[in-house]
Structure formats: structure tokens, C-alpha cells
Design a protein around this ligand. Structure first.
Ligand code: ZN
Length: 98
């Protein structure tokens, strides 16, 4: 297992649909602190802050109050679960081979 339970780095679209901002979220394994850094797609304000980790994670821009939502998390969780499952199966196969 890695050092982080959540690693997310995504591009944010502004209201015009342009890639204008960024949202990075890291959660260390065993903690519920989301180390968040963002660039607001509406006003380009950049900030780093620690938030309580929750789903969905919503960050409010401290400059223009734009709500930045961390989306598509479900897909990421699914991917993670799949990876976990594959690893478990691999271990099981290795066990059976003995
Ligand atoms: Zn903003």
C-alpha cells in the first residue's frame, strides 16, 4: 500500500468549458486530512489548505466563493477496487501454486 489513500490531480473547467483551473488532493493513509491545493478556474486564485476529507469534496474559493467540486471520484474508487482485487487474486494464485 502507498503512502496516500487518495491521490487526485485534475483540471478544472470554468463556466465557458475551458480548462482554466486545477485541483490537487492528497490524503495520507490513516488520516482524514485532505491536503488540497487549487487554482480557481473562475478567478485564477491559487491556494493551499487542509480540509477534512469527505466525499464529495467541495472546495470554496476564498476569493470569489466559486464552489470547486471534486468529481468523478466514483470512477477512481472503482479503479482502485479493481486494482486491489487483481492484487488479491494474484496473491491467491501464488498461494495455490505452492
Ligand atoms: Zn475564485
Amino acid at each position: 500500500m502507498g503512502q496516500f489513500s487518495v491521490v487526485s490531480n485534475r483540471t478544472l473547467k470554468n463556466k465557458k468549458g475551458e480548462d482554466a483551473g486545477r485541483l490537487k488532493v492528497l490524503v495520507r493513509t490513516g488520516t482524514t486530512v485532505a491536503e488540497t491545493s487549487y487554482k480557481c478556474p473562475e478567478c485564477f486564485h491559487e491556494e493551499q489548505l487542509n480540509l477534512e476529507w469527505q466525499r464529495p469534496l467541495v472546495v470554496t474559493c476564498s476569493k470569489c466563493a466559486n464552489k470547486i467540486k471534486m468529481e468523478k471520484l466514483k470512477d477512481e474508487i472503482k479503479k482502485e477496487k479493481k486494482k486491489e482485487k487483481a492484487e488479491t487474486e494474484k496473491k491467491l494464485m501464488a498461494f495455490k501454486a505452492k
